[in-house]
Write a protein that binds this ligand. Structure first.
Ligand SMILES: [Zn+2]
Length: 258
């Protein structure tokens, strides 16, 4: 990922609230198409311009060809609010975040965790994040439905990682039960992305705890009931893989011997 600065020059009469609303609409459109990462866009007003700091998946992430039609319309609205075309300056590689995939993916996996600041679609060859704007959305004109799924997944994961959980089992159940609303939504998104982009998209089913650690290593695929245990874990994480159901998972973390 790269750290960048986006400058919006004031070129005509405007007010703070009009400029702020236009920048907010533009940045939201970029977030929901994966052009910029994270949920916040710190922005300073510097007399004749506004400057925002952002993390982008690749140096060319904001090129016109990568923008959704919603982002292009929001860009036009910047002019109507008295601002010039946004000018991007890439400051350098972000040393705090993962690097985007460089190779063309033959298969993807929908996988995210609470502390990710990257695309939830990873190259199945190396687990490197694939910028969302490179893919056809699961539904609609951009990736908003996928980003909103990721927001909920990460929020629940964050809760269940805490030592003093405020939701004892609810968060974890949502994450690890095959039929939870979260996982149904995720599998549906993965299926739509697979059909739209013409490549397999696996779904990573989280597994944290188990009522029966003795049976955990031989548990069947929750989709079809087949044996899905791999001889060797895939990418050092996934002990289970079902090609029929396009599902990946792990031996529950609490059952793994250190
Ligand atoms: Zn299966």
């Amino acid at each position: 990922m790269y750290l960048a600065e986006l400058k919006f020059k004031v070129i005509a009469d405007t007010s703070f609230s009009r400029a702020e609303a236009a920048i907010r609409a533009f940045s939201e459109a970029l977030i929901f198409n994966g052009n910029i990462l994270g949920r916040e866009l710190p922005t300073a007003w510097q007399q004749d311009r506004f400057s925002s700091r952002l993390v982008i998946p690749a140096p060319d992430a904001l090129q016109r060809a990568h923008l959704s039609s919603r982002a292009q319309q929001a860009e036009q609205q910047l002019m109507a609010a008295g601002l010039g075309y946004p000018q991007l300056q890439v400051l350098g590689m972000d040393i705090m975040s993962q690097h985007s995939s460089n190779s063309a993916a033959e298969a993807l996996v929908l996988f995210t965790t609470f502390n990710d600041n990257c695309s939830p679609l990873r190259n199945l060859a190396d687990l490197a994040p694939v910028p969302l704007y490179q893919l056809k959305p699961a539904k609609g004109g951009d990736h908003e439905s996928l980003i909103r799924w990721q927001i909920q997944f990460q929020a629940l994961d964050e809760v269940q990682q805490q030592q003093s959980r405020v939701l004892k089992k609810t968060a974890e159940n949502s994450l690890q039960q095959y039929h939870s609303a979260l996982n149904q939504q995720g599998r549906q998104l993965a299926g739509n992305l697979s059909r739209g982009n013409g490549l397999p998209v696996y779904y990573a089913l989280y597994s944290g705890s188990s009522k029966n650690c003795a049976a955990e290593a031989t548990k069947p695929c929750p989709g079809c009931g087949d044996n899905w245990r791999r001889a060797q874990p895939l990418l050092a994480i996934f002990d289970f893989k079902c090609d029929n159901c396009r599902l990946l998972s792990n031996i529950a973390w609490e059952c793994q011997t250190p």
